[in-house]
Write a protein that binds this ligand. Structure first.
Ligand SMILES: C[S@@+](CC[C@H](N)C(=O)[O-])C[C@H]1O[C@@H](n2cnc3c(N)ncnc32)[C@H](O)[C@@H]1O
Ligand SMILES: [Zn+2]
Length: 325
């Protein structure tokens, strides 16, 4: 029997069409098929070829655990404290639905489950099947009975298999520096979160005042990703309430914003009362060719003499000249 899935087609041209589920996987009305990873209910939309990087290899989760232990010991931090603080920033409420991109082996899942307080849905995605399936093995059973449903998919964070506004919030930690197209990854989180929902993103990146210090240089020599700066310019132009801060001794940036696809509320047609005149729109779209600067100064003086703004004077002079011809 075919069931309607909560996943949508991420292929371009399919406009996130809802998928139907059968025993083998998820199917798009336009013929795209996304099989379940054998022996699991995890749909595979995209995945790195085995061996493509450190996350797409058989022992990836153990290697990652070891790297994390080193990071937390280095910054005198404990993993639980950091993850609890980051998850608290999302402001989750009981019953909500959250997306975790680049979820890796699922280290944030227990904290997200706790924050959802007995009810809700967590969709965890990662492009490395090896990491994701380790997360399934670690947490599917452990977190069963929490009242929170876990949904795992192998997919690309830059082409998410979800409808617009499907989530209450989105969260990412530790992998966005590696996304090949960071603006696209953030745009996707903004797209799939409902208007006003919280997005929290963190990764390596020194606070600017540490960049030119010996500690900063040592960290960057150790791992070039510490040289990354918080990708604020990659936020969508419609983002609201953006905040930037740092964690782990100011060596990991954390960006928070509220998702929105609505244009900012700006009236570009308010006339300026004063010497210059015009509006934000006319000053931008109405720019004209350069003229003799002596003539320009005479025009400005004449406008002042007549008590008109420069724009009002120029517009009246140009209209008069056109009317004459
Ligand atoms: C350092 S691990 C962090 C894992 C986890 N978030 C954590 O905090 O433990 C980075 C993860 O990002 C994933 N990743 C990188 N590019 C991705 C993409 N385009 N889409 C989804 N996941 C991606 C990697 O496969 C890897 O599992
Ligand atoms: Zn499709």
């Amino acid at each position: 029997m075919n069931l309607r899935s909560t996943y949508c087609c991420p292929e371009s041209g399919c406009d996130h069409a809802p998928l139907e589920q059968d025993a083998a996987g998820l199917n798009c009305p336009n013929g795209h098929q996304f099989p379940f990873e054998p022996g699991t209910d995890v749909p595979v939309f995209a995945s790195e070829p085995e061996g493509a990087n450190e996350y797409a290899q058989a022992n990836a989760a153990e290697v990652h655990d070891n790297a994390l232990r080193w990071v937390f010991a280095t910054f005198h931090a404990d993993e639980q404290g950091l993850r609890e603080r980051l998850v608290a920033r999302i402001g989750l409420k009981k019953g909500q639905r959250i997306l975790v991109t680049g979820a890796g082996a699922g280290n944030d899942l227990p904290y997200l489950v706790r924050a959802l307080d007995g009810a809700g849905d967590i969709y965890a995605q990662d492009i490395a099947k090896e990491m994701l399936l380790a997360g399934v093995a670690r947490y599917r059973t452990e977190l069963a009975g929490s009242g929170v449903s876990l949904h795992f998919s192998a997919s690309d964070a830059s082409h998410l298999p979800f409808a617009d506004g499907f989530f209450d919030a989105a969260y990412h930690f530790g992998g966005i520096n590696l996304f090949p197209d960071i603006p696209q990854g953030i745009a996707e989180m903004n797209r799939v979160v409902k208007q006003g929902g919280n997005v929290v993103i963190g990764d390596e990146g020194l606070a600017p005042w540490l960049v030119d210090t010996e500690l900063g240089r040592m960290l960057v020599t150790n791992n070039a990703l510490y040289a990354r700066s918080a990708p604020l310019s990659a936020l969508p132009a419609t983002a609201r309430a953006a905040k930037l801060s740092w964690e782990l001794s100011n060596c990991f940036y954390v960006i928070e914003f509220q998702a929105s696809t609505e244009e900012l509320s700006v009236d570009i047609d308010v006339p300026h009362v004063g010497t210059r005149g015009g509006t934000i729109r006319s000053r931008y779209f109405g720019r004209m060719e350069g003229v003799d600067p002596v003539l320009r100064d005479r025009v400005y003086q004449e406008a002042q003499k007549r008590g008109m703004s420069r724009v009002a004077f120029l517009e009246s002079a140009l209209r008069a000249s056109l009317a004459k011809d």
